[in-house]
Design a protein. Structure first.
Length: 452
């Protein structure tokens, strides 16, 4: 694991975290092939057909923070010491470590590029259990949930603020429940009003949750009917219930930008946390509720909420939430959209400025994060409170080379042999020791990475 801050309060030197020593990595490493072989017979009915993106994402995860996947060589110009830093996988919606780093970058992006100094609310839109499977077997519908939530909010604001005032929201698709059950829902950070063309902000009255919920419900029904997935009989059945299962939770106004961003960070992280998983009795694992730490909270008469699953069930739940390729999980709406921010930047650029209208266009989140990954050392320091460029002698390490397994596997192997590195995965109960050689085939995707 990475070291924490020293007693002086300054970041300590970074040390490899060794994800292969965790149950999270070990269960996947030892049993992923078994899960894939059993998927059609055991899991397809409940979880849907096998998706190629699962192979790609899990394959990349097996090399995240592991020297077999490649590394950067660092050297101290003063004492001559050398250090290796393993590369990270950058997978979306899966790797807990990369999810945390992505959340930190997202927080910086929205504070620097998106949010305005006005009150915001945290809102959550949820669906009845009866309708959730439609979004599991038709994942292309997930972005439509964001549109349903945005249109419901937009119609409410249209009746509450001036006609030319534009609201703004950041909406994020989440699919995981407390124990990784399938629970599609939308988290939103919503401005409490609308922005006028002159830049002024017009506050709205308190958002009525019942009205927004009913608008959201009608729009979800409309999409499912339009796609031919449900009939009017099911709509009538659900609407006849006292509690339909639809909900729109509207939080109180939040003025502090840091507070609203902290809430948002929780919604853009990977759905599973490695620290909440432990090995249970037999070939099983136990996954704990949010806000608990097994190494701290287990014991006593009443333990924290948890669920026990066999290895393959755990992998099935975990991989269920890997987003499809190209699926945008976070959507910027209204004044927060890329298009609106770009137009605003164009208007603010003057003929005498160096920035032409084309250059002033708003930068999308993906491009901004890609560029910011170059500051990988600062990012690791923020997440782990440990400086990857700090030598034990106190000097700054320098990057002398970057070696990727997918292009230089022979070089990686020779260096690891020279330092007598042995790849040892966490030993699961009742399972023969793994052979510490090789790793899954390196992914042939982009070489855009940051170090870890």
């Amino acid at each position: 694991m990475a070291t924490s801050r020293s007693e002086t309060g300054k970041p300590a030197p970074y040390k490899p975290r060794h994800p292969e020593k965790t149950p999270f990595f070990a269960v996947l490493y030892h049993h992923f092939d078994e899960f894939k072989a059993a998927h059609e017979e055991r899991f397809q009915k409940e979880y849907g057909r096998w998706r190629a993106v699962i192979d790609k994402v899990v394959g990349k995860y097996f090399q995240c923070g592991v020297f077999l996947g490649g590394f950067a060589r660092l050297k101290c110009p003063d004492c001559g010491a050398e250090k290796l830093l393993a590369l990270s996988c950058k997978t979306r919606g899966f790797c807990p470590s990369c999810g945390t780093k992505r959340a930190v970058l997202w927080a910086e992006f929205v504070q620097e590029k998106v949010l305005k100094p006005v009150d915001r609310r945290h809102v959550v839109f949820t669906l009845p259990k009866l309708l959730r499977p439609y979004f599991k077997f038709h994942r292309d519908l997930l972005p439509h949930l964001c549109l349903c939530a945005w249109n419901a909010l937009g119609e409410y604001f249209k009746a509450s603020i001036s006609k030319d005032a534009m609201p703004g929201a950041i909406l994020t698709i989440n699919t995981a429940g407390e124990f990784l059950n399938w629970m599609p829902h939308i988290h939103g950070l919503v401005a409490c009003g609308g922005f006028l063309p002159n830049g002024d902000f017009e506050s709205a009255s308190a958002i009525d949750a019942k009205t927004v919920r009913e608008l959201f419900q009608a729009k979800v029904f409309s999409i499912l009917l339009e796609k031919g997935l449900i009939g009017h009989e099911l709509v009538e059945k659900i609407t006849s219930w006292k509690h339909t299962g639809f909900d729109a939770w509207i939080g109180p106004p939040i003025t502090d930008t840091k507070e609203i961003v902290q809430i948002g960070m929780c919604t853009v992280r990977a759905p599973a946390a490695s620290g909440r998983l432990i090995v249970d009795d037999g070939p099983r694992v136990k996954y704990f509720a949010k806000g608990t730490r097994p190494d701290r909270d287990i014991g006593g008469l009443f333990g924290p909420p948890s669920q026990s699953l066999d290895y393959l069930d755990w992998i099935a739940r975990l991989t269920l939430h890997i987003p499809d390729r190209g699926c945008q999980l976070t959507h910027y709406m209204g004044v927060y959209s890329n298009a609106h921010r770009g137009k605003q930047a164009d208007r603010e650029s003057t003929p005498h400025s160096d920035a032409s209208p084309g250059r002033a266009r708003s930068e999308p989140e993906g491009d901004w994060i890609k560029a910011r990954r170059k500051s990988w050392a600062r990012l690791i320091q923020q997440v782990y409170e440990a400086d990857p460029l700090l030598c034990e002698c106190g000097s700054k390490l320098k990057v002398i080379s970057v070696i990727e397994a997918r292009t230089q596997s022979d070089v990686v192997g020779k260096i690891l042999v020279s330092i007598k590195f042995v790849f040892e995965v966490f030993q699961l109960p009742a399972h023969p020791p793994p052979v510490p050689v090789g790793s899954p085939e390196p992914d042939s995707g982009s070489a855009d990475f940051y170090y870890f």
